[in-house]
Ligand binder design. Structure first.
Ligand code: SF4
Ligand code: SF4
Length: 336
């Protein structure tokens, strides 16, 4: 995954790295995804990305009047127009494209309308819904109430599942519930992801960049690294306070960075995502009931839903489509 900041501010490094991967990945196992705001993308770069099967995920938060509230240039001018142009350039060049949204006070409570616009205008095959992370020092002014945010996500999901659009982040909770698989980790940073920075450090989570924690010199790093093993060990099944929680099978333990900001340890509870997981679990149970209630004959019947009945929660979304981005990333820690 290439992300920044904005990876395309250094197109030569992107080209070099992508070419290197494609040349050396003789078995074709590497999937490359790039997060970009698409404002500086050229036709030549778009063709390069398409030819090298790089999945392009463009950051967009809604139509211009929403997007430009948060995503603007240093002079305050909104970036939507350039982002939309860059998206269209990639589409014309044949790139596979998704959209990544960050949810905050600019697009909540009208998330569904914003998503409807993005789907109709851009036709992405994947949508990401990122919940904002906490600020290490002071409040994040864009934060909205987590219950309101999660209910908006659910309402929006009801709409996008009919459209067949995959929603990364939400499926990390939905899929374990539907497939009856335990999700042991929420984020691949817990043992499945390495992050390499331009100054030759290695770490696991981008939010820790600049904090002075959990980054190590690349040349002396190996898998016996203490920090790596601390991250790798994070899982709700290892926490006493999680063992009686109804969401333990779907939550994966939340975000270690936000847990660290809230409670000073990456192994603490991320209480924001705990609340979110519990709201989602309750909705999943009621949604499943709604999907099958027509087949329940007696009011006092005990019903154990079959896999096909559970999968009705997906509606028109094909969750096994290998062309979706971040497929293995999204499933990290799932199915154990
Ligand atoms: S939702 Fe919170 S309390 Fe429940 S299992 Fe997950 S991390 Fe633990
Ligand atoms: S720990 Fe949290 S902030 Fe860090 S990569 Fe994972 S989800 Fe993102």
């Amino acid at each position: 995954m290439f992300y920044g900041g904005e990876p395309l501010l250094n197109p030569d490094v992107v080209k070099h790295a992508v070419s290197y991967i494609r040349k050396n990945d003789t078995n074709g196992v590497c999937k490359i995804t790039m997060f970009t705001n698409a404002t500086v993308i050229t036709r030549e770069m778009a063709e390069f990305l398409a030819n090298n099967d790089v999945f392009v995920i463009v950051s967009m938060d809604g139509p211009a009047e929403i997007h430009d509230q948060m995503r603007c240039y240093a002079n305050g001018q909104g970036g939507f127009e350039d982002t939309a142009k860059g998206y269209d350039t990639c589409k014309d060049a044949g790139c596979r494209l998704g959209i990544s949204m960050v949810l905050g006070r600019h697009n909540i409570p009208e998330l569904k309308e914003a998503v409807e616009y993005l789907i109709n205008r851009f036709e992405p095959i994947d949508l990401g819904f990122s919940t904002l992370h906490l600020h290490q020092h002071g409040d994040n002014p864009a934060f909205v109430d987590i219950r309101l945010l999660t209910e908006e996500m659910i309402d929006t999901f009801r709409f996008i599942r009919e459209k067949g659009v995959y929603a990364e982040h939400l499926f990390r909770r939905i899929r374990p519930f539907v497939e009856q698989q335990l999700r042991l980790k929420d984020c691949p940073s817990c043992g499945g992801k390495f992050l390499v920075t331009p100054d030759k450090s290695i770490g696991f989570c981008e939010a820790f960049l600049g904090t002075g924690h959990y980054y190590y010199p690349l040349e002396s790093f190996d898998l016996s690294n203490e920090g790596y093993n601390e991250w790798k060990g994070i899982s709700p099944v290892r926490r006493e306070e999680c063992l009686r929680c109804p969401s333990i099978a779907i939550c994966g333990g939340g975000c270690p960075y936000d847990a660290w900001v809230q409670h000073g340890s990456i192994n603490s509870l991320d209480t924001i995502r705990c609340q979110q997981s519990n709201i989602l679990l309750e909705w999943l149970i009621w949604d499943l009931f709604d999907q099958i209630k027509g087949e329940i004959k007696e009011p006092l019947d005990i019903v154990i839903p079959e896999p096909a009945q559970r999968q009705r929660i997906y509606s028109n979304v094909n969750t096994t489509d290998e062309k979706l981005p971040l497929n293995s990333y999204s499933k990290y820690g799932e199915g154990a």
